[in-house]
Design a protein around this ligand. Structure first.
Ligand code: AMP
Ligand code: MG
Length: 408
Protein backbone atom coordinates (compact mmCIF):
# COMPACT_ATOMS: atom_id res chain seq x y z
CA UNK A 1 0.00 0.00 0.00
CA UNK A 2 1.28 3.47 -0.88
CA UNK A 3 2.05 6.00 1.83
CA UNK A 4 0.35 9.40 1.63
CA UNK A 5 3.56 11.05 0.43
CA UNK A 6 4.20 8.40 -2.23
CA UNK A 7 0.63 8.67 -3.46
CA UNK A 8 0.77 12.48 -3.52
CA UNK A 9 3.92 12.57 -5.61
CA UNK A 10 2.55 9.94 -7.99
CA UNK A 11 -0.57 12.04 -8.55
CA UNK A 12 1.43 15.21 -9.15
CA UNK A 13 3.46 13.48 -11.87
CA UNK A 14 0.36 13.68 -14.05
CA UNK A 15 -0.22 17.41 -13.52
CA UNK A 16 0.99 20.40 -15.46
CA UNK A 17 -0.08 23.99 -15.21
CA UNK A 18 -3.03 24.54 -17.54
CA UNK A 19 -2.94 27.06 -20.38
CA UNK A 20 -3.81 30.69 -19.78
CA UNK A 21 -6.40 32.84 -21.50
CA UNK A 22 -7.20 36.53 -21.65
CA UNK A 23 -10.25 37.85 -19.81
CA UNK A 24 -11.73 41.22 -18.90
CA UNK A 25 -10.36 42.24 -15.50
CA UNK A 26 -13.90 43.10 -14.41
CA UNK A 27 -14.85 39.42 -14.83
CA UNK A 28 -11.77 37.99 -13.17
CA UNK A 29 -12.81 37.68 -9.51
CA UNK A 30 -11.63 34.33 -8.11
CA UNK A 31 -9.44 33.51 -11.11
CA UNK A 32 -5.69 33.02 -10.85
CA UNK A 33 -3.38 35.49 -12.55
CA UNK A 34 -1.11 34.03 -15.24
CA UNK A 35 1.22 37.02 -15.69
CA UNK A 36 3.20 39.47 -13.59
CA UNK A 37 1.56 42.89 -13.54
CA UNK A 38 3.69 46.04 -13.73
CA UNK A 39 2.41 49.47 -12.74
CA UNK A 40 2.31 52.13 -15.47
CA UNK A 41 1.84 54.94 -12.94
CA UNK A 42 3.20 56.32 -9.69
CA UNK A 43 0.65 56.16 -6.90
CA UNK A 44 -0.15 58.74 -5.91
CA UNK A 45 0.81 60.41 -9.19
CA UNK A 46 1.78 63.64 -7.38
CA UNK A 47 2.48 64.80 -3.83
CA UNK A 48 -1.09 65.09 -2.61
CA UNK A 49 -3.08 66.44 0.26
CA UNK A 50 -4.81 63.78 2.36
CA UNK A 51 -7.17 66.32 4.01
CA UNK A 52 -9.25 69.39 3.17
CA UNK A 53 -7.28 72.39 4.42
CA UNK A 54 -4.53 74.85 3.63
CA UNK A 55 -1.17 74.23 1.97
CA UNK A 56 1.46 76.15 3.96
CA UNK A 57 5.16 76.75 4.50
CA UNK A 58 5.93 75.61 8.06
CA UNK A 59 8.54 78.41 8.21
CA UNK A 60 5.64 80.90 8.24
CA UNK A 61 4.37 79.61 11.59
CA UNK A 62 5.34 81.06 14.95
CA UNK A 63 4.24 79.14 18.04
CA UNK A 64 1.82 77.13 15.97
CA UNK A 65 0.11 80.18 14.48
CA UNK A 66 0.09 81.67 11.01
CA UNK A 67 -1.83 84.52 9.36
CA UNK A 68 -1.58 83.88 5.66
CA UNK A 69 -2.86 85.35 2.42
CA UNK A 70 -4.95 82.99 0.24
CA UNK A 71 -3.57 82.95 -3.32
CA UNK A 72 -5.36 79.97 -4.93
CA UNK A 73 -8.05 77.33 -4.45
CA UNK A 74 -6.84 73.87 -5.53
CA UNK A 75 -9.54 71.25 -5.98
CA UNK A 76 -8.98 67.51 -6.65
CA UNK A 77 -8.44 66.99 -10.35
CA UNK A 78 -6.96 70.46 -10.94
CA UNK A 79 -3.32 71.47 -11.11
CA UNK A 80 -1.87 74.29 -8.95
CA UNK A 81 -0.66 77.29 -10.96
CA UNK A 82 0.90 79.37 -8.17
CA UNK A 83 3.94 78.71 -5.98
CA UNK A 84 3.74 79.76 -2.33
CA UNK A 85 5.99 82.59 -1.20
CA UNK A 86 6.48 83.72 2.39
CA UNK A 87 3.17 84.56 4.08
CA UNK A 88 1.01 82.81 1.49
CA UNK A 89 -1.34 79.80 1.50
CA UNK A 90 -3.56 77.95 -0.99
CA UNK A 91 -6.79 76.34 0.06
CA UNK A 92 -6.50 72.67 -0.96
CA UNK A 93 -8.94 69.75 -1.11
CA UNK A 94 -8.34 66.07 -0.37
CA UNK A 95 -6.45 64.41 -3.23
CA UNK A 96 -5.36 67.67 -4.88
CA UNK A 97 -1.70 68.17 -5.85
CA UNK A 98 0.54 70.11 -3.50
CA UNK A 99 1.60 73.56 -4.78
CA UNK A 100 5.31 74.33 -5.14
CA UNK A 101 6.75 75.87 -1.99
CA UNK A 102 4.32 74.19 0.42
CA UNK A 103 5.69 71.63 2.89
CA UNK A 104 2.59 70.82 5.01
CA UNK A 105 -1.19 70.98 5.03
CA UNK A 106 -3.20 72.39 7.93
CA UNK A 107 -6.68 70.88 8.16
CA UNK A 108 -9.62 73.23 7.72
CA UNK A 109 -10.75 72.62 11.32
CA UNK A 110 -7.60 74.52 12.46
CA UNK A 111 -8.65 77.65 10.56
CA UNK A 112 -11.21 80.39 11.07
CA UNK A 113 -13.15 78.90 8.11
CA UNK A 114 -16.04 76.46 8.54
CA UNK A 115 -15.82 72.96 7.03
CA UNK A 116 -16.91 73.15 3.39
CA UNK A 117 -16.56 76.95 3.28
CA UNK A 118 -14.64 78.43 0.38
CA UNK A 119 -11.86 80.94 1.19
CA UNK A 120 -11.78 84.28 -0.67
CA UNK A 121 -8.71 85.01 -2.73
CA UNK A 122 -6.43 87.68 -1.20
CA UNK A 123 -8.17 87.32 2.21
CA UNK A 124 -6.07 86.61 5.28
CA UNK A 125 -6.69 83.26 6.94
CA UNK A 126 -5.93 82.53 10.60
CA UNK A 127 -4.39 79.10 11.12
CA UNK A 128 -3.62 77.51 14.45
CA UNK A 129 -1.79 74.19 14.45
CA UNK A 130 0.36 73.65 17.56
CA UNK A 131 1.81 70.35 16.27
CA UNK A 132 2.66 71.48 12.74
CA UNK A 133 5.50 69.49 11.17
CA UNK A 134 6.98 69.46 7.64
CA UNK A 135 5.28 66.72 5.58
CA UNK A 136 2.11 66.82 7.69
CA UNK A 137 -0.99 65.57 5.80
CA UNK A 138 0.99 65.06 2.59
CA UNK A 139 1.11 61.71 0.77
CA UNK A 140 4.28 61.70 -1.33
CA UNK A 141 4.29 60.79 -5.00
CA UNK A 142 4.97 57.08 -5.61
CA UNK A 143 4.91 56.10 -1.93
CA UNK A 144 2.36 53.31 -2.57
CA UNK A 145 3.69 52.16 -5.94
CA UNK A 146 6.12 53.35 -8.57
CA UNK A 147 5.88 53.24 -12.31
CA UNK A 148 7.67 50.13 -13.62
CA UNK A 149 7.30 48.28 -10.32
CA UNK A 150 5.73 44.78 -10.20
CA UNK A 151 2.53 44.98 -8.16
CA UNK A 152 1.02 41.52 -8.73
CA UNK A 153 2.71 38.17 -9.35
CA UNK A 154 1.61 35.35 -11.60
CA UNK A 155 -0.17 32.71 -9.49
CA UNK A 156 -2.03 35.28 -7.38
CA UNK A 157 -5.70 34.61 -6.75
CA UNK A 158 -7.71 37.68 -7.73
CA UNK A 159 -9.78 39.08 -4.88
CA UNK A 160 -11.59 42.41 -4.87
CA UNK A 161 -8.39 44.18 -3.74
CA UNK A 162 -6.42 42.79 -6.70
CA UNK A 163 -9.19 43.98 -9.06
CA UNK A 164 -8.83 47.47 -7.54
CA UNK A 165 -5.06 47.39 -8.12
CA UNK A 166 -5.51 46.19 -11.72
CA UNK A 167 -7.79 49.17 -12.33
CA UNK A 168 -5.31 51.55 -10.68
CA UNK A 169 -2.56 50.43 -13.06
CA UNK A 170 -4.85 50.59 -16.08
CA UNK A 171 -5.22 46.87 -16.81
CA UNK A 172 -8.63 46.05 -18.25
CA UNK A 173 -7.56 42.74 -19.81
CA UNK A 174 -5.32 40.19 -18.14
CA UNK A 175 -4.00 36.68 -18.62
CA UNK A 176 -5.48 34.18 -16.16
CA UNK A 177 -5.22 30.45 -15.74
CA UNK A 178 -7.99 28.50 -17.34
CA UNK A 179 -10.18 27.09 -14.56
CA UNK A 180 -9.84 23.31 -14.24
CA UNK A 181 -13.20 21.65 -14.98
CA UNK A 182 -13.97 19.02 -12.37
CA UNK A 183 -16.79 16.48 -12.71
CA UNK A 184 -18.38 15.32 -9.47
CA UNK A 185 -20.29 12.03 -9.35
CA UNK A 186 -21.75 10.47 -6.21
CA UNK A 187 -22.35 6.73 -6.45
CA UNK A 188 -24.57 4.47 -4.38
CA UNK A 189 -28.00 2.81 -4.46
CA UNK A 190 -28.63 4.23 -0.97
CA UNK A 191 -28.41 7.87 -2.07
CA UNK A 192 -31.29 10.28 -2.57
CA UNK A 193 -30.92 13.96 -3.55
CA UNK A 194 -30.88 16.50 -0.69
CA UNK A 195 -34.46 17.68 -1.36
CA UNK A 196 -35.86 14.16 -0.73
CA UNK A 197 -36.80 12.65 2.60
CA UNK A 198 -34.77 9.41 2.78
CA UNK A 199 -36.88 6.23 2.87
CA UNK A 200 -35.82 3.30 5.08
CA UNK A 201 -32.22 2.32 4.29
CA UNK A 202 -31.50 5.47 2.29
CA UNK A 203 -29.41 8.58 3.07
CA UNK A 204 -29.07 11.93 1.39
CA UNK A 205 -26.19 12.59 -0.97
CA UNK A 206 -24.01 14.91 1.09
CA UNK A 207 -20.75 14.18 -0.75
CA UNK A 208 -22.00 15.69 -4.00
CA UNK A 209 -22.59 19.18 -2.59
CA UNK A 210 -19.53 18.83 -0.34
CA UNK A 211 -17.27 18.11 -3.33
CA UNK A 212 -18.87 20.74 -5.56
CA UNK A 213 -18.22 23.25 -2.78
CA UNK A 214 -14.61 22.13 -2.30
CA UNK A 215 -14.03 22.39 -6.06
CA UNK A 216 -15.35 25.97 -6.00
CA UNK A 217 -13.29 26.82 -2.92
CA UNK A 218 -10.25 25.65 -4.89
CA UNK A 219 -11.16 28.10 -7.71
CA UNK A 220 -12.00 25.33 -10.17
CA UNK A 221 -15.27 24.87 -12.08
CA UNK A 222 -17.50 22.02 -10.90
CA UNK A 223 -19.55 19.91 -13.29
CA UNK A 224 -22.15 18.19 -11.14
CA UNK A 225 -23.19 14.81 -12.52
CA UNK A 226 -25.53 14.00 -9.63
CA UNK A 227 -25.96 10.42 -8.47
CA UNK A 228 -25.16 7.13 -10.23
CA UNK A 229 -26.62 3.82 -9.09
CA UNK A 230 -24.39 0.88 -8.20
CA UNK A 231 -24.83 -0.63 -11.66
CA UNK A 232 -22.29 -0.75 -14.47
CA UNK A 233 -24.73 0.91 -16.90
CA UNK A 234 -25.53 3.83 -14.64
CA UNK A 235 -21.87 4.43 -13.82
CA UNK A 236 -20.75 4.07 -17.43
CA UNK A 237 -23.17 6.65 -18.76
CA UNK A 238 -22.08 9.37 -16.33
CA UNK A 239 -18.36 8.56 -16.43
CA UNK A 240 -18.24 8.72 -20.25
CA UNK A 241 -19.60 12.28 -20.14
CA UNK A 242 -16.98 13.32 -17.59
CA UNK A 243 -14.05 11.76 -19.47
CA UNK A 244 -15.05 13.61 -22.64
CA UNK A 245 -15.34 17.04 -21.02
CA UNK A 246 -13.35 17.43 -17.84
CA UNK A 247 -9.82 17.77 -16.47
CA UNK A 248 -10.69 15.79 -13.36
CA UNK A 249 -13.39 13.33 -12.40
CA UNK A 250 -14.18 12.86 -8.72
CA UNK A 251 -16.33 9.86 -7.85
CA UNK A 252 -17.43 9.24 -4.32
CA UNK A 253 -18.16 5.75 -3.08
CA UNK A 254 -17.92 2.37 -4.72
CA UNK A 255 -14.16 1.87 -4.28
CA UNK A 256 -14.14 -0.26 -1.10
CA UNK A 257 -14.49 -4.02 -0.89
CA UNK A 258 -18.29 -4.32 -1.05
CA UNK A 259 -20.05 -6.53 -3.61
CA UNK A 260 -21.45 -3.46 -5.39
CA UNK A 261 -18.18 -1.50 -5.40
CA UNK A 262 -18.00 -1.51 -9.19
CA UNK A 263 -16.20 1.79 -9.78
CA UNK A 264 -12.66 0.43 -10.45
CA UNK A 265 -13.98 -2.21 -12.87
CA UNK A 266 -16.10 0.23 -14.87
CA UNK A 267 -13.28 2.80 -14.99
CA UNK A 268 -10.85 0.18 -16.29
CA UNK A 269 -13.35 -0.94 -18.92
CA UNK A 270 -13.65 2.69 -20.13
CA UNK A 271 -9.89 3.02 -20.55
CA UNK A 272 -8.94 4.73 -17.29
CA UNK A 273 -5.57 3.29 -16.30
CA UNK A 274 -5.17 2.60 -12.59
CA UNK A 275 -2.15 4.25 -10.95
CA UNK A 276 -2.89 3.12 -7.40
CA UNK A 277 -5.69 1.76 -5.25
CA UNK A 278 -5.53 2.15 -1.46
CA UNK A 279 -3.37 4.47 0.56
CA UNK A 280 -2.08 3.99 4.09
CA UNK A 281 -4.37 6.72 5.35
CA UNK A 282 -7.12 7.09 7.95
CA UNK A 283 -9.73 8.06 7.01
CA UNK A 284 -9.49 7.37 3.28
CA UNK A 285 -7.74 4.01 2.78
CA UNK A 286 -9.83 2.86 -0.26
CA UNK A 287 -8.76 5.85 -2.43
CA UNK A 288 -8.43 4.94 -6.12
CA UNK A 289 -6.49 7.02 -8.65
CA UNK A 290 -6.15 6.59 -12.39
CA UNK A 291 -5.58 8.46 -15.63
CA UNK A 292 -7.55 8.62 -18.84
CA UNK A 293 -5.73 9.88 -21.91
CA UNK A 294 -6.50 10.22 -25.58
CA UNK A 295 -4.94 12.39 -28.29
CA UNK A 296 -6.98 15.42 -27.28
CA UNK A 297 -7.09 15.37 -23.51
CA UNK A 298 -6.14 13.94 -20.18
CA UNK A 299 -8.59 13.38 -17.34
CA UNK A 300 -7.36 12.51 -13.85
CA UNK A 301 -9.82 10.24 -12.08
CA UNK A 302 -10.19 9.98 -8.30
CA UNK A 303 -12.37 7.31 -6.73
CA UNK A 304 -12.87 8.86 -3.30
CA UNK A 305 -14.09 6.66 -0.46
CA UNK A 306 -17.80 7.18 0.22
CA UNK A 307 -17.78 8.15 3.87
CA UNK A 308 -18.04 11.93 3.91
CA UNK A 309 -14.98 12.65 6.06
CA UNK A 310 -12.91 10.18 4.00
CA UNK A 311 -14.06 12.06 0.91
CA UNK A 312 -13.15 15.37 2.54
CA UNK A 313 -9.71 14.23 3.72
CA UNK A 314 -8.80 12.57 0.40
CA UNK A 315 -9.83 15.69 -1.49
CA UNK A 316 -7.74 17.85 0.85
CA UNK A 317 -4.65 15.63 0.56
CA UNK A 318 -4.77 14.67 -3.13
CA UNK A 319 -7.23 16.71 -5.18
CA UNK A 320 -6.52 20.17 -3.76
CA UNK A 321 -2.75 19.97 -4.52
CA UNK A 322 -3.61 18.85 -8.08
CA UNK A 323 -5.90 21.84 -8.60
CA UNK A 324 -3.25 24.19 -7.17
CA UNK A 325 -0.67 22.72 -9.58
CA UNK A 326 -3.03 23.07 -12.56
CA UNK A 327 -3.61 26.69 -11.54
CA UNK A 328 0.13 27.35 -11.19
CA UNK A 329 0.22 28.22 -7.52
CA UNK A 330 1.74 26.69 -4.39
CA UNK A 331 -0.36 24.42 -2.21
CA UNK A 332 -0.73 24.72 1.54
CA UNK A 333 1.92 22.88 3.57
CA UNK A 334 1.58 21.49 7.11
CA UNK A 335 2.75 23.58 10.06
CA UNK A 336 3.66 22.43 13.56
CA UNK A 337 1.49 22.88 16.66
CA UNK A 338 1.51 21.44 20.18
CA UNK A 339 -1.25 19.12 21.33
CA UNK A 340 -3.47 20.89 23.87
CA UNK A 341 -4.42 17.51 25.33
CA UNK A 342 -3.32 13.89 25.09
CA UNK A 343 -4.60 11.92 22.12
CA UNK A 344 -4.69 8.17 21.50
CA UNK A 345 -4.33 6.87 17.96
CA UNK A 346 -5.21 3.34 16.92
CA UNK A 347 -4.13 1.43 13.82
CA UNK A 348 -0.98 1.61 11.75
CA UNK A 349 -2.04 4.10 9.05
CA UNK A 350 -1.25 7.85 8.99
CA UNK A 351 -4.19 9.48 10.70
CA UNK A 352 -5.60 12.89 9.79
CA UNK A 353 -7.75 13.88 12.76
CA UNK A 354 -10.28 16.74 12.66
CA UNK A 355 -8.92 19.33 15.09
CA UNK A 356 -9.09 22.91 16.18
CA UNK A 357 -6.06 25.19 15.98
CA UNK A 358 -6.18 27.44 19.04
CA UNK A 359 -4.70 30.93 18.84
CA UNK A 360 -2.94 32.68 16.05
CA UNK A 361 -1.47 30.42 13.35
CA UNK A 362 1.53 32.78 13.21
CA UNK A 363 2.17 32.27 16.93
CA UNK A 364 4.98 29.79 17.64
CA UNK A 365 3.22 28.66 20.84
CA UNK A 366 0.06 27.69 18.92
CA UNK A 367 -1.84 24.68 20.16
CA UNK A 368 -4.07 22.17 18.46
CA UNK A 369 -6.99 20.34 20.06
CA UNK A 370 -8.08 17.01 18.52
CA UNK A 371 -11.90 17.10 18.41
CA UNK A 372 -14.27 14.49 19.78
CA UNK A 373 -14.75 12.93 16.36
CA UNK A 374 -16.81 9.79 15.75
CA UNK A 375 -15.11 8.52 12.62
CA UNK A 376 -15.38 8.83 8.88
CA UNK A 377 -19.19 9.01 8.79
CA UNK A 378 -19.24 11.98 11.22
CA UNK A 379 -19.23 15.00 8.94
CA UNK A 380 -20.79 17.19 11.60
CA UNK A 381 -17.65 17.40 13.73
CA UNK A 382 -15.88 18.98 10.74
CA UNK A 383 -18.10 22.02 11.36
CA UNK A 384 -15.83 22.84 14.30
CA UNK A 385 -12.55 21.82 12.69
CA UNK A 386 -10.11 24.29 11.19
CA UNK A 387 -7.23 21.82 10.87
CA UNK A 388 -6.34 18.16 10.48
CA UNK A 389 -3.80 16.95 13.02
CA UNK A 390 -1.43 14.39 11.51
CA UNK A 391 -0.42 11.34 13.56
CA UNK A 392 2.12 9.07 11.91
CA UNK A 393 2.30 6.55 14.76
CA UNK A 394 -0.20 4.65 16.86
CA UNK A 395 -0.39 4.87 20.65
CA UNK A 396 -0.66 7.71 23.14
CA UNK A 397 0.44 11.18 22.10
CA UNK A 398 0.92 13.28 25.27
CA UNK A 399 -0.26 16.86 25.71
CA UNK A 400 2.47 19.25 24.55
CA UNK A 401 3.77 16.92 21.80
CA UNK A 402 4.54 18.71 18.54
CA UNK A 403 2.43 17.43 15.64
CA UNK A 404 2.15 18.57 12.01
CA UNK A 405 -1.23 20.03 11.19
CA UNK A 406 -2.86 20.92 7.88
CA UNK A 407 -5.00 24.03 8.11
CA UNK A 408 -8.41 23.86 6.50
P1 AMP B 1 -18.87 3.19 -0.13
O1 AMP B 1 -17.49 3.76 -0.23
O2 AMP B 1 -19.66 3.30 -1.37
O3 AMP B 1 -18.81 1.79 0.40
O4 AMP B 1 -19.62 4.04 0.99
C1 AMP B 1 -19.13 4.07 2.31
C2 AMP B 1 -20.09 4.79 3.22
O5 AMP B 1 -20.25 6.13 2.78
C3 AMP B 1 -21.50 4.22 3.22
O6 AMP B 1 -21.99 4.29 4.57
C4 AMP B 1 -22.27 5.14 2.34
O7 AMP B 1 -23.61 5.16 2.66
C5 AMP B 1 -21.61 6.47 2.59
N1 AMP B 1 -21.74 7.30 1.41
C6 AMP B 1 -21.42 6.94 0.15
N2 AMP B 1 -21.68 7.94 -0.73
C7 AMP B 1 -22.18 8.94 0.01
C8 AMP B 1 -22.65 10.24 -0.33
N3 AMP B 1 -22.62 10.67 -1.58
N4 AMP B 1 -23.10 11.02 0.67
C9 AMP B 1 -23.11 10.57 1.93
N5 AMP B 1 -22.67 9.38 2.31
C10 AMP B 1 -22.22 8.55 1.36
MG1 MG C 1 -21.36 2.56 -2.18
Amino acid sequence: MKTVTEAQSLVLQYCQRLSSCEVAAAEALGLVLAEDVISDVDSPPHDKSVVDGFAVRTADFVEGKGRLEVIEIITAGSVPTKALSAGQTSQIMTGAPLPTGADAIVIVERSNLARGELAKLADLIELHEPKLKPGQNIMRRGIAMQQGEQVLASGTRLRAVELGILAEVGRTKIAVQRRPVVAVLATGDELVPPHCKPAAGKIRNSNGPLLVGMVREADAAPYDLGIALDTADSLREKIVTALANCDLLLLSGGVSAGVLDLVPTVLAELGVVEVFHQVSLKPGKPLWFGVYENDARRCLVFGLPGNPVSTFVSFTLFVRPVLDRLLGRPTLQPIIARLSKAHVCRGDRSTYWPSRLIGDEADATRQVEPLNWHGSGDLRTLLNANALAIFETAGEHPAGEEVPILRL
